[in-house]
Design a protein around this ligand. Structure first.
Ligand code: ZN
Length: 130
């Protein structure tokens, strides 16, 4: 398993990590298999979507903000970040991507994105290929 870190700079942020994951796939030498991308965090997530237009990521953040208002949840009494936990649970902590001919099987407009809902923080990303 390989790991790398992403330092976010804002409270809510979408970071394209596709290039890092592609490099790990290339170095692995695996030609056919599965690539798991996972964040071991309760307030960050991983998704696959378009990053060519950064407004897609901003729209995702906006939609989740509209769905999950801040400051009205029980966990806010503990550390005031319940909305971040709920959004991370909706998006989920991992994605699994097929590896074909040594390449991630991503569509033209698909990118792998880390989504931070409680930044800025240093986030870990684990990549398992087999
Ligand atoms: Zn919390």
């Amino acid at each position: 398993m390989e790991e790398f870190h992403v330092s976010t700079s804002r409270q809510y942020q979408v970071v394209d990590i596709t290039a890092k994951v592609k490099e790990i796939v290339r170095k692995s030498g695996v030609k056919e298999g599965i690539c798991l991308v996972y964040v071991p965090h309760a307030t960050a997530a991983v998704t696959i979507n378009e990053s060519a237009d950064p407004e897609v990521g901003n729209d995702l953040l906006g939609a989740l903000a509209a769905m999950v208002p801040e400051g009205k949840w029980r966990h806010d009494r503990i550390d005031d970040n319940a909305a971040a936990h709920i959004k991370a649970a909706i998006v989920g902590p991992s994605e699994t991507i097929p590896v074909k001919d040594g390449q991630l099987l991503l569509g033209t407009w698909q990118a792998i994105m880390l989504v931070d809902f409680d930044g800025p923080r240093r986030r870990r990303v684990a990549v398992q290929i087999q």
